[in-house]
Design a protein around this ligand. Structure first.
Ligand SMILES: [Zn+2]
Ligand SMILES: [Zn+2]
Length: 278
């Protein structure tokens, strides 16, 4: 029971610092769970939950898209420990499976982003004035930064490089079996027409949020990239729908706030911009 309680409350980021095998074991655990689910589906002749294609997909898509974005927002809050201590891990793990990337990578990469934000080498997803260059760089850089994070903690030795190569294979393999679970659970039509594109779209939304809140819309050079509070009326409305994510400077200063847009720092920035317009 104690072991279960410890697992339920432990942060992947701190486990990563405690054991050089932690991430490999973490993905190995989810790999085995997914394989077990696939075998159970096969043995029981499981039929997908959703048939199709059907017109109701179109009606469900906006709500699902909103839900996927919120899954990322809640995982983000879980990485900062902003839920009650007993449920941060559970929220992060369950929603991490829904958006496929899983909690550990979100946690490890995001802590690195806060520690080294806008460092051109060490920030796992540094931004560029071009949004699409940022998208491309983010996608190819995350795995590289997981390697780097490992070497920063455990040393860059030939043995650790071999270990990390195996961890990466385990991570890719876990992605594959997890995606297979969603495919067989939802059925091919819903998976290809709704689940996969909306999940990918929500990922793009998150990359856009990170780009815009690191001054992407105004920056002319990479030196101009830094966390900003976005205060236009459009972003004030968006903050109401998305838990204050565009108050990102306030978030970097005070990551323990569940909704940084409600804090007086952000409100002061909004008031200053309003005053300047009058
Ligand atoms: Zn940031
Ligand atoms: Zn954060």
């Amino acid at each position: 029971m104690n072991a279960l309680a410890a697992w339920l409350t432990a942060r992947p980021y701190s486990q990563f610092h405690k054991s050089r095998y932690a991430y490999f074991k973490y993905d190995g655990f989810w790999f085995l769970v997914c394989v077990a689910v696939l075998v159970a589906m096969w043995l029981t002749g499981f039929q997908p939950l959703v048939g199709g294609p059907d017109w109701w997909y179109l009606a469900a898509a906006p709500a699902l898209f909103f839900g996927f974005i919120w899954a990322h927002l809640l995982i983000h809050n879980a990485t900062h420990g902003n839920f009650p201590k007993s449920i941060n891990r559970v929220v992060g793990e369950v929603l991490g499976l829904l958006v496929v990337v899983r909690f550990a990578s979100w946690d490890i990469i995001h802590m690195r982003h806060h520690k080294f934000s806008d460092d051109r080498v060490k920030d796992p997803h540094p931004n560029f004035p071009s949004f699409w260059k940022t998208v491309w760089h983010t996608i190819i850089n995350v795995e590289k930064q997981l390697f780097q994070q490992y070497f920063d903690v455990w040393g860059d030795t030939p043995e650790n490089r071999r270990r990390e190569a195996w961890r990466a294979r385990m991570s890719y393999g876990t992605n594959l079996v997890l995606v297979a679970v969603w495919y067989f659970l939802l059925g091919p039509w819903f998976f290809f027409l709704v689940f996969a594109p909306l999940n990918f779209g929500a990922g793009l939304f998150v990359i856009h949020f990170n780009w815009s809140t690191h001054n992407g819309e105004r920056a002319k050079t990479i030196e101009d990239m830094h966390p900003v509070n976005l205060t236009s009326s459009y972003y004030q409305v968006a903050n109401k729908f998305f838990c204050g994510i565009y108050a990102h400077k306030t978030h970097h200063d005070k990551p323990y706030l569940f909704n940084p847009a409600t804090h007086s720092d952000y409100q002061a920035d909004v008031a200053a911009v309003r005053a300047a317009q009058v």
